[in-house]
Design a binder for this molecule. Structure first.
Ligand code: HEM
Ligand SMILES: *[C@@H]1O[C@H](CO)[C@@H](O)[C@H](O)[C@H]1NC(C)=O
Ligand SMILES: *[C@@H]1O[C@H](CO)[C@@H](O)[C@H](O)[C@H]1NC(C)=O
Ligand SMILES: *[C@@H]1O[C@H](CO)[C@@H](O)[C@H](O)[C@H]1NC(C)=O
Ligand SMILES: *[C@@H]1O[C@H](CO)[C@@H](O)[C@H](O)[C@H]1NC(C)=O
Length: 344
């Protein structure tokens, strides 16, 4: 199953011969071994009160419930890994990883401009419903977001691609006006780096986490400013001419409403192809291309074309992103429903 998807993806690092499946499994074992080792060694920042297996006593089935619901939904809908990964990112960047993105109040974060293509809320609801049966009032929606993002992306590997700390609690405020903290795809390198630094993340994290754009899609409106000015063709000099043509065929005018793959090579595969694309001026967003406009970032992009280095770096930076401004201990609450704050 994984072998077939892989072959269809036309990956660079794997041969196309008959031994491909065996090579693939060998490679998965190597990468996962490496990841567990680097995750153990990599606890560099002060831990804000999160832990692996935070729910070991209070809800021992949390990992299996989140994984089984997520995998079942991803099996039926291949757009979900990208949606759930982006959902966790948007949650963490706006008021910290506190599930504020899930709230349905008037003028909530969901109603803001950058919500384009954000989705996966139904998966979180389905997971929460099962967890409330198994261990009522115990597991936070913020932790469900972090776990579901990991499990959705990991589905194609049939193993966990990174470890997730838990123990987050849920916030009670969600305001569209806070979403200005999200980086704009049109900001230059300095603006994007600044938005990461504002969250305590650094250049290494920016480059590694940008690798999330190895899956998923962008709306034409996120790309067409690189292709047209008004109705005249005016291609961004940081964009490869042939790839610009491909983008133009999916988004034929400055007002096109379709979508394009963020990774024009292996769109469905969570691999390091994104970094090869960026080096070849085939990054889809202006913010992807911007990584080549700083020497240190460009060197990291080069390094992360190596899949083993990418998975290790992504794993480390996801852990850091998952710690951004978390509520722990007795702060916040454990929501009963992820879309609304508890009434009492
Ligand atoms: C570096 C700054 C970043 C910028 C400027 C940025 C911007 C964007 C934009 C504009 C889109 C397309 C939205 C649309 O047009 O519908 C997108 C999609 C996406 N982003 Fe980012 N992003 C950034 C970082 C990240 C990070 C850190 C993650 C996760 C760790 C992430 C995960 C994703 C995913 C998975 C998608 C595809 C969503 C889907 O297919 O549903 N992005 N991003
Ligand atoms: C997303 O934001 C747009 C623009 O602010 C808004 O019109 C739309 O209703 C929002 N979508 C959701 C699901 O809230
Ligand atoms: C897949 O999930 C997304 C996000 O929840 C949803 O918008 C879309 O309609 C789903 N597609 C199918 C075929 O169910
Ligand atoms: C970013 O922070 C990590 C630790 O979290 C560190 O290993 C790395 O060297 C830092 N990168 C830069 C460019 O400072
Ligand atoms: C170019 O754009 C303008 C307005 O943006 C529109 O009025 C005009 O019809 C367009 N021309 C073509 C050839 O599409």
């Amino acid at each position: 199953m994984v072998g077939r998807q892989q072959a269809a993806g036309g990956s660079r690092w794997r041969g196309d011969g008959g031994a491909a499946a065996a090579w693939w499994w060998w490679w998965v074992a190597v990468v996962l071994g490496h990841l567990v080792a680097s995750a153990r060694a990599g606890l560099l920042e002060t831990n804000p009160g999160l832990a692996y297996n935070f729910y070991q006593k209070s809800c021992p089935s949390v990992d299996s419930i989140v994984r089984s619901v997520t995998w079942a939904q991803v099996a039926a809908n291949s757009t979900l890994p990208a949606r759930l990964l982006r959902l966790h990112f948007h949650d963490c960047f706006v008021k910290g990883c506190d599930a504020s993105i899930l709230l349905d109040n008037a003028q909530s974060e969901k109603t803001a401009g950058p919500n384009l293509s954000v989705g996966g809320y139904e998966v979180i609801d389905a997971i929460k419903a099962q967890l409330e049966q198994a261990c009522p009032g115990v597991v936070s929606c913020a932790d469900i977001l972090a776990l579901a993002a990991r499990d959705a992306v990991s589905y194609q590997f049939k193993a966990s691609l990174w470890q997730v700390e838990t123990g987050r609690r849920d916030g009670t405020v969600s305001l569209a006006s806070n979403t200005g903290a999200l980086p704009s795809p049109f900001a230059g390198f300095a603006g994007i780096l600044q938005s990461f630094q504002n969250r305590g993340l650094n250049l290494t994290d920016l480059v590694a986490l940008s690798g999330a754009h190895t899956i998923g899609v962008a709306s034409c409106s996120s790309v067409t400013p690189r292709l047209y000015q008004g109705n005249a063709t005016n291609v961004d000099p940081l964009l490869d001419a042939a790839y610009a043509k491909t983008l133009m065929s999916s988004c034929p005018s400055s007002s096109s409403s379709g979508t394009v793959n963020l990774d024009g090579g292996t769109a469905a595969k969570f691999d390091s192809r994104y970094f090869t694309n960026v080096l070849n001026k085939q990054g889809t967003l202006a913010s992807d291309a911007a990584l080549t406009q700083n020497a240190a970032a460009a060197q990291m992009v080069q390094d992360l074309t190596n899949p083993i280095k990418f998975y290790a770096a992504f794993s480390m930076s996801m852990k850091k992103m998952g710690r951004v401004e978390v509520l722990t201990g007795t702060s916040g609450q454990i929501r009963k429903q992820c879309r609304q704050v508890n009434s009492s």
